[in-house]
Design a binder for this molecule. Structure first.
Ligand SMILES: NC(=O)c1ccc[n+]([C@@H]2O[C@H](COP(=O)([O-])OP(=O)(O)OC[C@H]3O[C@@H](n4cnc5c(N)ncnc54)[C@H](O)[C@@H]3O)[C@@H](O)[C@H]2O)c1
Length: 251
């Protein structure tokens, strides 16, 4: 009998999967049975992650290089993923960066870079996969947003805009592709311990902890668990939602 939430026979692309949250997502999807493409700018780390996944799960995992903000790079990566894995059922738009600063001092280049990677990156990857997913009448697109996009965060006008933009993108695309068996959802993490949050000032870490009823910071695995659920066949009547995985920080 097929296991509940099994991803056997499915294939997934996870962007920004060389480390952090994306890595945990790729590992978890593979542990549920999906073949995965570990997509990242950092090929050294991506190769390592893909090998670790294959060693741990016995599932085929491949590393592919792409800059999600660059359409040519994304199209070449998707072509290569389809050639190597056969078809793509699941896309996780996880690649993201921060370039924090108060608006008075924010450089235009920092605004553009954050929007290009965090928001346009999701557009580039989703657009490249929309046609094949529609043709196969099945797909799961999961966008990694942030609670910063829900509440707004001082010093993050660029990041909060990109993450709020992803929530709007999720809803609009969900309406476009729902009739073709494709769901589109977002996951909004709270404070998760990764390289991205490692260097935040102590007072921000303390304040985040105080605001979190569950009394701890999140782990990449907390996010991966939510993504694995939304990636499964069993979540087929859930689309256009933003699932906050934040220990209750924002409600
Ligand atoms: N850590 C948190 O607390 C937190 C909270 C909310 C949302 N998020 C979101 O979760 C996602 C993952 O964050 P993380 O904490 O694991 O960060 P991370 O920096 O550890 O990992 C991000 C990965 O994305 C890759 N990447 C960066 N730019 C890329 C590009 N242009 N093309 C392809 N890959 C690229 C990096 O090489 C890296 O491997 C991001 O979208 C982030 O905004 C994180």
């Amino acid at each position: 009998m097929r296991q509940f939430l099994s991803l056997e026979g499915r294939t997934a692309i996870v962007t920004g999967a060389a480390r952090g949250i994306g890595k945990a997502i790729a590992e978890t999807l593979a542990a549920r049975g999906a073949k995965v493409a570990v997509v990242d700018l950092r090929m050294d780390l991506a190769e390592e992650t893909a090998s670790e996944i294959t060693a741990a799960s016995g599932i085929e995992a491949i590393a592919l290089e792409a800059d999600v903000s660059n359409r040519e790079s994304v199209n070449a990566m998707i072509k290569s993923a389809v050639e190597k894995l056969g078809k793509i059922d699941i896309l996780v738009n996880n690649a993201g960066i921060t370039r924090d600063g108060l608006i008075m001092r924010m450089k235009e280049a920092d605004w553009d870079m954050v929007l290009d990677i965090n928001l346009k990156g999701a557009f580039n990857c989703s657009q490249a996969l929309a046609r094949p997913m529609m043709k196969q009448r099945y797909g799961r697109i999961i966008n990694i947003s942030s609670v910063s996009g829900v509440t707004g965060q001082a010093g993050q006008t660029n990041y909060s805009s990109s993450k709020a933009g992803l929530i709007g993108f999720t809803k609009a695309l969900a309406k476009e592709v729902g009739s073709r068996g494709i769901t589109v959802n977002a996951v909004a993490p709270g404070f998760i311990e990764t390289v991205l949050t490692h260097d935040l000032p102590e007072e921000i870490r303390e304040m985040s902890m105080k605001l979190t009823p569950m009394g701890r910071f999140g782990t990449p695995q907390d996010i991966a668990n939510a993504v694995a659920f939304l990636a499964a066949e069993e979540s087929s009547f859930i689309t256009g939602v933003t699932l906050q995985v934040d220990g209750g920080m924002v409600m």
